[in-house]
Design a protein around this ligand. Structure first.
Ligand code: DAS
Length: 362
């Protein structure tokens, strides 16, 4: 009897193995594929030359076999060069992504295709206004869809991999091009045409997309645990319109004309792309002081491309009284990102002491 049992064991195992082999493909076919939503806004990734552009649907169809691994849905938000993206686009995009995360619990993440020229700005705006623990990934291409060696499909595929990955949770909004993952706060476009145009000069990339896996060099910036929601820095539900804020470039011989004109045009905030760590010409400095007297909030950033301009809160606020503006440093934000934070902060408060809080390094 015992002998018979021992002999039967391998037969049982063989049956089990055969059954598993038979049903395994069925099981994997039924296993839910990670859901990612793609929002197409235009840019070089969709550019076919002579004014024609691919739709988001066409971009997705250009990636063979995508639907065997991922459940991708797509919508066309706009189809424009990124120089035509407006602050109204930003607000609508942030609200749309917020709605998606609220209504689609199945979604692992959102990918936004976007022109590269202003991608860092849209990415930073979304980083400040979308509160989810699920990732938002911006991607695009340096080469048009019709160019030889167009890298758009690879960037889009890698972005979908990133958005679907559990390891992307708690990292806010990211930018992915050329196999590199960057944090929205630090990334900048640093070259006009090369494939490695995107860099994070002060922090380095967050990670890379290797062919077999995603590799992160830095931990997530948001502590999310298993939560899906997290309050954004600025909730778009309470932001109506963004006040006017402009950027003024500093250079040898720059006079007061630009600053005066912008203050007269109603700018409530100015960002100075200073010559170094907060320096500007005497003509600009005099105009800035007059602007501060009239209530303008001035943020000193730098044209150098990396490094900090210290917030300098104590000095900047020591003469402050209600109705006056102030001069503060942008820390590590480049001028275009400092302007975004300034606009959002000014939409909430006029008080420079509160605005300084937003500019403190996280
Ligand atoms: N460089 C592209 C962009 O940023 C321009 C284009 O596609 O027309 O949108």
């Amino acid at each position: 009897m015992l002998l018979l049992r021992w002999n039967l064991m391998p037969v049982r195992h063989l049956c089990l193995l055969a059954c598993l082999l038979y049903i395994a493909p069925e099981l994997s076919a039924q296993r839910p594929r990670p859901a990612v939503h793609v929002i197409a806004t235009g840019g070089t990734i969709s550019n076919l030359g002579s004014g024609a552009r691919r739709t988001g649907e066409e971009l997705i169809r250009g990636i063979p076999g995508l639907d065997t691994t991922f459940a991708v849905t797509v919508e066309q938000f706009s189809n424009v060069a990124s120089g035509s993206i407006t602050t109204e686009h930003w607000m609508a995009l942030a609200r749309r992504i917020d709605e998606l995360f609220r209504t689609r619990p199945d979604l692992r993440g959102v990918v936004v295709t976007h022109g590269t020229d202003t991608m860092e700005e849209t990415a930073f705006f979304l980083d400040l206004t979308v509160g989810s623990c699920r990732p938002v990934v911006l991607t695009g291409a340096m080469r048009r869809a019709v160019d030889i060696g167009a890298e758009g499909p690879a960037n889009l595929y890698n972005s979908i991999r990133l958005a679907a990955s559990p390891s992307a949770r708690g990292r806010g909004t990211m930018v992915l091009l050329n196999d590199e993952i960057h944090a929205a706060r630090f990334v900048t476009k640093a070259n006009t045409s090369r494939l490695d145009a995107f860099a994070s000069p002060d922090a380095g990339p967050l990670g890379v997309t290797d062919p077999d896996t995603l590799v992160f060099h830095q931990p997530p910036s948001r502590s999310c645990g298993t939560r899906t929601a997290q309050a954004p820095t600025f909730d778009m539900k309470s932001v109506g319109t963004l006040p006017r804020a402009d950027i003024v470039y500093s250079y040898i011989g720059a006079d007061s004309v630009t600053v005066n004109a912008l203050v007269n045009a109603g700018a409530r905030g100015l960002v100075l792309a200073s010559v170094g760590r907060g320096g500007m010409t005497p003509g600009q400095a005099a105009a800035v002081r007059r602007g501060v007297d009239r209530g303008v909030l001035v943020i000193m950033s730098s044209r150098t491309g990396s490094g900090r301009v210290p917030l300098n809160e104590q000095e900047g606020l020591k003469d402050w009284s209600p109705g006056r503006g102030a001069i503060l440093g942008a820390e590590d934000l480049n001028p275009q990102k400092a302007r975004i934070l300034l606009m959002l902060a000014l939409a909430r408060t006029q008080d420079p002491r509160e605005i300084a809080r937003y500019f403190r390094r996280p």
